[in-house]
Write a protein that binds this ligand. Sequence first.
Ligand SMILES: [Zn+2]
Length: 288
Amino acid sequence: MRAPVLIFIWSKGKSAQWQGDDKVLKGGQLFYWCSWRIFAAVMTIIPLSEGAFTIDKSKVFVAFDKQADDLQQRATGSLLVEVQPFVVITSEDVILLDTGLGFQQDGDLQLHANLKRAGVDPGSVTKVLMSHLHKDHAGGISRRDPATGRRTLSLPNASYYIQRSEFEFAMQKGFPSYIPEELECIGLSPRVRWLEGDGVIDGYIKYEVTGAHCPFHQVFWIVDGGETAFFGADVAPQLQQMKSRFVAKYDVDGRLAMELRGKWWQQGHDLKWTFLFYHDINTPVFNP
Ligand SMILES: [Zn+2]
């Protein structure tokens, strides 16, 4: 019976990442979980919804109550979107995909409150992958210490993966799409891993600069245990947009975005990707 003992010891090290997730660590499920992680590692994908919002040309995100508010009251041309980062737990890492609006909830960052509610300690996040730095994706990237007024990266133990050109573009372009004040501390942090163009992180996370939505927008594929999770961020933000061909006015190159969506939709079906839709109201995670 050496194997189960070894599995148990191995799992003890890993369990630090799972603080609070008693579903996994309690009782008889432990052995199942250990075997499962080794023999058929399966990714866990959790959407962290910050709510639904309407947005128009002013680029202000206005909270929208799906039950009470009347869709017809929205200004013409405004969009209804969810805002939802994702946490993806792989056999190697606890990965956060984008960081939400950065709103506060009872003195806590909403992103942190949502992580805790999902059973994930913010301190256990090992990697933050940023698609781009628009304010609805990068708001929670940093946090201001009320005592000192200083901003620091909000996930205390994570490495942040950011396209260098996107950061430079954001700082130069600024308001209303970007909020430089929230992003400034990125430039000073030793925990940022600056990406330049396309590549692969730790042998299993592929990133590709797409442009299309903004000039240095990037997308990610996480491949673990025979599964592929695809995060197309704002080039592939909603399920419905994958199914119809259209050019969006808010994209810097709407035609390219449309072509990429068509290509990914096809590939995703052929290769059985799991799609993660950051702005989808009803279907954050989709398996074709
Ligand atoms: Zn967005």
